[in-house]
Design a protein around this ligand. Structure first.
Ligand code: ADP
Length: 269
């Protein structure tokens, strides 16, 4: 079976509490639990896709949940979701309480034996604190928090050319990472679309929101000893090649720590 055949379907994440993934990955001894940070347009979604193909941990994007909700009919959307979508279209952050309710409803995905790659969450300090309390309560340690870094002028160029698959959410770029057939996804032949919030007026609002609310999380996770900083210049593959060894080193030391602790426990017993 190829890695792609193994790709998690993310049904439970995209559609919420009542939805179930067809297959629950068995997962490694220490599941990968990763958070991706970085301004809109640095390529977190693309990196999440590449990491997912290698590590198998599910790509959990809060933006994808909102976009999946936006495709439902009006009477299928709750009032809270309608309000959230209005914030999203303007490029503003959705209120913390709405986002946290949505993530908590999908708490099973954070417990998944296959691990997770969180993309777009947490985005504020309040969200980071809620997530920490949730994970700590159940002893779910994070492997690492990757912060992708890129100058603002490159970010704007990347956002303008971005295209996303309507069906599997794979991310392309009109010039940097074009699909083989114009406007169709290489992976599933789904239709590619430009996100509403990738228009210039929303881009500006999103970059401001990032600087104000999300950039301070870099310090939050540095203090927690989890931060891995990666330059997001170059091709997606180059960025990925810079990230993977850093993640593997971190995981190896977590693994050694875990083995050491179980050895200690055995000795004390
Ligand atoms: P980006 O490419 O800007 O990082 P995402 O796909 O992660 O975008 O999110 C798109 C939009 O969804 C955001 O601009 C925001 O309106 C909303 N959103 C997604 N995640 C969050 C979050 N954790 N907190 C608040 N708003 C969010």
């Amino acid at each position: 079976m190829s890695v792609m055949d193994n790709k998690p379907t993310r049904v439970a994440w995209l559609h919420g509490a009542s939805a179930r993934c067809e297959t629950i990955p068995k997962g490694p001894f220490l599941p990968w639990r990763i958070i991706l940070l970085g301004a809109p347009g640095v390529g977190k979604g693309t990196q999440a896709d590449l990491l997912n193909a290698r590590l198998l941990a599910c790509h959990l994007s809060t933006g994808d949940v909102f976009r999946a909700a936006a495709t439902r009919s009006d009477d299928e959307q709750t009032p809270a979701m309608k309000e959230a979508l209005a914030y999203m279209r303007r490029g503003e952050l959705v209120p913390d309480s709405t986002v946290w309710d949505m993530v908590q409803e999908r708490g099973a995905c954070l417990h998944c034996a296959g691990g997770f790659i969180l993309d777009g969450f947490p985005r504020t300090r309040a969200q980071a604190v809620s997530l920490k309390q949730f994970l700590d309560k159940d002893g779910l340690g994070l492997t690492a928090v990757v912060s992708y870094e890129l100058p603002a002028c490159e970010i704007v160029a990347r956002l303008g050319g971005r295209r996303t698959c309507e069906t599997c959410k794979a991310v392309y770029h009109t010039t940097e990472r074009p699909s083989k057939v114009e406007a169709r996804c290489d992976r599933c032949d789904g239709k590619l679309f430009q996100r509403e919030d990738d228009r210039p007026e929303s881009i500006e609002v999103r970059l401001e929101a990032y600087e104000r609310s999300t950039a301070p999380l870099i310090e939050f996770y540095r203090k927690a000893g989890l931060l891995v900083q990666v330059s997001a210049t170059g091709t997606p593959e180059e960025i990925y090649d810079r990230t993977l060894p850093e993640l593997e080193t971190r995981r190896l030391s977590l693994f050694a720590e875990r083995m050491w602790m179980s050895e200690e426990n055995r000795r004390d017993a």
